[in-house]
Design a protein around this ligand. Sequence first.
Ligand SMILES: [Zn+2]
Ligand SMILES: [Zn+2]
Length: 239
Amino acid sequence: MRCLVSLMFFALCGCSTDSQRPLAGEVETQKLVNQSDLVPPSPPVTDQWTVAIQPLGKSLPADTVELVRRALVTFYGVKIIMLPNIPLPKALYFKPRNRYSASGILELLAQKKPTQAEKILGLTAVDIYHANERSPHWGVLGLGSMDGSSCVISIRRARIQNKITAKAKQRFAKTAVHEIGHTLNLPHCETKGCLMEDAQGRVSTTDGEYVLCPRCRQKLRASGRVIPDNPTPPWPKPN
Ligand SMILES: [Zn+2]
Ligand SMILES: [Zn+2]
C-alpha cells in the first residue's frame, strides 16, 4: 500500500500481464390535531445511498454500462446517477506504455463527484496503470481507494482477444463491485469465488468469482450498511 495525495492508500486490483509480455424516507407532514399528537419526525431512511457513474473517454457499449449498473444495484442496493461522458486529460497519459494514470483518474473523479453521491465510479475503455513492486506503470483492471470516494475500472484488460465479449462485460462488472467494495473499506478476501478476491495479476481470477461472500457481507453490515438479502448476480455461476 502506498500513500498518495494526502489522504488515502489504494488497494490495487489485479490485472492481466503487462503489455510487453504484462430511500429518502418519506418525510410525512402530519396535520396535527392537537399538541398531544406531536410525534417526532421520521428519521430519513438511509438504507439507500448513491453511486455516480462517470464514463471517461471513448464510449462503452450501452449494455456493458447497464451490466455495471445492475451489478452495483444487486449487491449494494444503491441508487445510481449516470453522468455525461468526459474526456480523459492528456496530462494523465503515459505514452511509452499507452496507458493512463489510474491514481490521476481517481483525483479527477473526486472533483467530479456530485454532492448527493457518496461514491463515484469511473468507467473507461483505455488502459490504466498503477505502480506496484513489478512496474511503475503496471496495467490494472481497476483501482479503488480504501474507504475513499473514488474508483475506476477499465475494460481494456477484461477483453478477450481484443473483443468486448459477454465474459469481458462480466469481468468488468465484477470489477466494479470489487472496487466499490474497496471504497467501502473491504480489503481483499481469501474466500475463493468472492468478488473481493485479489486477482493476483490474473484477469482470469474474476472468471471464478460469483458473489460477495458471507464474511464480506457481514463486514459491510457491521459497518452500518444495509445491503440486499440474497442478491442474484447478473452473471452465471462459475463451473
Ligand atoms: Zn482489489
Ligand atoms: Zn469475501
